[in-house]
Design a protein around this ligand. Structure first.
Ligand code: NI
Length: 179
């Protein structure tokens, strides 16, 4: 396993649409493992392949490990990674939910985003088997955020232009300051 370098906004790759994966083979499983390790290292709860510079429709999530938010909620911090290849939203609720979202490609930036409260996802798992899962609460928000990445959309695209520009400016300042 390896920790992979992340890309950050405003990297133009973040606006690209990722390609479907033809087959879940060992090369893909290696990428999935590396992505989980990278996500844990950065205390993230979700990561899309594009964020490590790979334009494939792959995402990983783990709500139970490393996440500060999970620790604040009194969680056990146990690792329970979810691997999704070619995930698709096949149903979503009319009811909506608001979560304060962040993103490993926008370090230190957070904003409230409104999304459908529940979604049903079809995807291929680590072994290439087709799965269908109903997602609610934080898992629902997280999977929608990550699937957005596969379509070249980031959480700031859900905000007003004013809020989005504010975050992009803050990020620019932060990067200048750190380099
Ligand atoms: Ni993100």
């Amino acid at each position: 396993m390896a920790i992979l370098p992340l890309i950050y906004s405003p990297d133009p790759l973040l606006k690209k649409i990722s390609e479907p994966v033809a087959e879940v083979n060992d090369e893909i499983r290696q990428l999935l493992d590396d992505m989980v390790e990278t996500m844990h290292d950065r205390q993230g709860i979700g990561l899309a392949a594009v964020q490590v510079g790979v334009l494939k429709r792959i995402l990983v999530m783990d709500l139970g490990y490393g996440s500060k938010r999970y620790a604040e909620a009194g969680g056990e911090g146990e690792s329970n990674p979810i691997h999704m290849v070619n995930p698709e939203i096949v149903a979503s609720s009319d009811e909506e939910n608001i979560y304060e979202e962040g993103c490993l490609s926008f370090p230190g930036q957070f904003a409230e985003v409104i999304r459908p409260k529940m979604v049903t996802i079809e995807y291929l798992d680590y072994d290439g088997n087709k799965q269908r899962v109903d997602c609610d609460e934080l898992l629902s928000t997280c999977v929608q955020h990550e699937i957005d990445h596969l379509n070249g959309i980031t959480f700031v695209d859900h905000l007003s232009r004013v809020k989005r520009n504010m975050i992009l400016k803050k990020l620019e300042k932060q990067f200048k300051h750190n380099m």
